[in-house]
Design a protein around this ligand. Structure first.
Ligand code: PLP
Length: 401
């Protein structure tokens, strides 16, 4: 089949099909003489030009690289954007968004914002005269009240953490757009397999590709996809001007991860729901936070907004203080004590001392990041093995007090 026909065929194809086959739509591999079914990795930093002052598709690798391009085109396709950009980390991607802002601009962001984004906004962007208000993104009235004449960006996460809050994306996009302000969404926890924020009116969708997109705890990367051409061009300009691009090898590995994204995330979601339900039955657990549980405050919204699962992260609160909670986290055998999420291996961590340690103590208290909280990032091991592992760690530590 020729390439054009393949592209046409792909337009109507399902997510899991496009995740694999949109990676082959570029001339890079399909026109190659080798017939390779996998994209090659282009390590070249510079590209020969047709003539002086004439430019080919690629000229210099910071401005564009064929391997990075494959990942970017695939992401744009999966998120439903006009284009996407791959960065050296998720934070570099968020930083690129904040570079759209100028001195005097104001940002409204979620109060259970990713710790690194909290730090970027409060400790770096403030140097350029950008101010931030954190609000509960699940409360549209609070978001509306936080908007000022200078607000230029509303920044939400499809699932906030560690509280696992789920904002109404359509509602937030309407608030942002009424105030002539851009709406950006960090979809790291949601993944495009389960949720596509651009369909709900977001202007920009961001990923830490380090998590589900890469999926194997071996790639650090970030992505942005934009809904409109002019915004995409602006972001591309900033990326090229500041230089935090993703290297070819990591681009290749991340694109490879994306091929199995759908399968992984659905399985991880199913196992996480089983674990959440099991944890809810335990008397030593004060509460379980997972959008797939009917007890979750945004369960109905989440059920509408997500398609086929609620993600692979859950938080639960032990009836215990900092030390005993830490000890439970240190006692599991399969769940490894580490921050991050989205990979094949399961991880456990204590938000108060690990993922959310960059929050000021006052804000931790204010936003309910309590000492007894534990966050699980569920991998691809079996539910029974993971449950037994947690059970042993929790029982052992209840006996020893
Ligand atoms: C990890 C993460 C980031 C930052 O990404 P890095 O790749 O670590 O720079 C941003 N947002 C969320 C929700 C994350 O989990």
């Amino acid at each position: 089949m020729n390439d054009e026909k393949r592209d046409e065929f792909l337009v109507g194809a399902e997510f899991c099909t496009r995740a694999i086959h949109s990676q082959m739509d570029s001339h890079v591999a399909s026109n190659s003489s080798t017939g390779a079914v996998v994209q090659p990795i282009h390590m070249a930093t510079t590209f020969r030009q047709p003539g002086a002052g004439e430019w080919g598709e690629f000229d210099y690798s910071r401005s564009g690289n064929p391997t990075r391009n494959v990942l970017e085109k695939t992401l744009a396709n999966l998120e439903g954007g006009v284009g996407a950009l791959a960065f050296s980390s998720g934070m570099a991607a968020i930083h690129c968004v904040t570079m759209l802002l100028r001195n005097g601009d104001h940002v409204v962001a979620g109060c259970d914002l990713y710790g690194g984004a909290y730090r970027l906004l409060h400790k770096i962007c403030d140097r350029s005269g950008i101010t931030v208000t954190l609000v509960d993104m699940t409360d549209p009235a609070a978001v509306e009240a936080a908007m000022t004449a200078n607000t230029k960006l509303v920044w939400a996460e499809t699932i906030g953490n560690p509280r696992l809050s789920v904002p109404d994306l359509k509602c937030l996009s309407e608030i942002a757009h009424t105030h002539h302000c851009r709406f950006g969404v960090d979809n790291t926890f949601g993944t495009p397999a389960l949720l596509r924020p651009l369909d709900y009116g977001a202007d920009i969708v961001m990923h830490s590709a380090t998590k589900y997109l890469g999926g194997h705890s071996d790639c650090l990367g970030g992505t942005l996809a934009a809904k409109e051409e002019s915004l995409f061009e602006e972001l591309y300009y900033i990326q090229n001007a500041t230089g935090a691009v993703l290297d070819p090898m990591t681009s290749f590995l991340t694109a490879r991860g994306v091929k199995t994204l759908d399968l992984r995330v659905r399985r991880q979601s199913a196992t996480t729901l089983q674990l959440a339900k099991w944890l809810e039955t335990r008397s030593d657990v004060r509460r379980v936070l997972y959008p797939g549980l009917e007890s979750h405050p945004q369960y109905e919204l989440a059920a509408r907004q997500f398609d086929g699962g609620f993600g692979g992260v859950l938080t639960f609160e032990l009836d215990a203080g900092l030390a005993r909670t830490a000890h439970v986290c240190e006692s599991t055998r399969l769940f490894q004590l580490a921050v991050s999420l989205g990979a094949v291996e399961s991880l456990i961590e204590q938000p108060a001392t690990m993922s959310h340690a960059s929050y000021d103590a006052v804000d931790r208290e204010r936003f309910g990041i309590t000492d007894g909280l534990i966050r699980l990032a569920v991998g691809l091991e079996s539910f029974e093995d993971l449950r037994n592992d947690l059970d042993a760690a929790m029982c052992q530590n209840s006996l020893s007090g």
